[in-house]
Design a protein around this ligand. Structure first.
Ligand code: SAM
Length: 193
């Protein structure tokens, strides 16, 4: 009863890297209709299904409406790139800190490949501002991007604040799509100048 096939991409990445653990706090960006959040709720135990394990937190954000889900807090009609949204996420996070930021966000494709690529990469850069406010040192970020000229710039930026960054193409992702994910681990809080 997963809401969307995209869940398999997160399941596959998490089976391989174990980024979601019971008790963790997760921010799911671009969460509608909620399939990644369903996976996150199970894996961090935010609905308390495993009474012996620590209870985690899942916060999902989308421009669209996200139907309610036990164990998740949803901010529907919210823009992840808007700093006022960041403030609301911060309030919902226990101790104001996330272990993991997930982003499966994508703008509506215009069909102009370069423009869509640029828009998505720009959104990914906003995730770095969100990380600076909410991601705990040592935390991880998974973000979708579309291949193109600016991908290297985004990877370089991620590498400057994370200990390890790798590119993933889950087998559940269509081979003919330009979609890929960056998986960045071991967050180092940038030092304020
Ligand atoms: N991971 C989701 C799931 O498993 O149900 C599917 C996500 S879907 C591929 C991408 C979502 O990103 C869309 O619902 C879209 O509304 C959302 N989105 C795009 N731009 C956004 C923004 N600036 N802020 C929040 N959500 C955004």
């Amino acid at each position: 009863n997963l809401r969307c096939r995209s869940a398999f991409k997160l399941l596959e990445m998490d089976d391989r890297f174990h980024l979601l653990r019971p008790g963790y706090s997760v921010v799911d960006c671009g969460a509608a209709p909620g399939a990644w959040s369903q996976v996150a709720v199970r894996r961090v135990n935010s609905a308390g299904a495993e009474p012996e394990s620590p209870i985690g937190t899942v916060i999902g954000i989308d421009l669209l409406n996200i139907p309610p889900l036990d164990g998740a807090h949803f901010l529907s009609s919210h823009d992840v790139t808007d700093p006022t949204t960041h403030a609301k996420i911060l309030e919902l996070l226990p101790s104001g800190q996330a272990h993991v930021i997930l982003s499966d966000m994508a703008p509506n494709a215009s069909g102009f490949k370069d423009m869509d690529h640029e828009r998505l990469v720009t959104m990914c850069f906003c995730l770095l501002d969100l990380a600076e406010k909410t991601l705990r040192p040592g935390g991880s970020l998974v973000c979708k991007y579309w291949e193109g000229a600016l991908a290297q710039k985004l990877q370089d930026k991620l590498s400057s604040v994370f200990g390890s960054v790798r590119t993933l193409k889950p087998s559940a992702s269509r081979k003919d799509s330009a979609e890929k994910y960056f998986f960045a681990r071991m967050y180092k809080k940038p030092i304020k100048q």
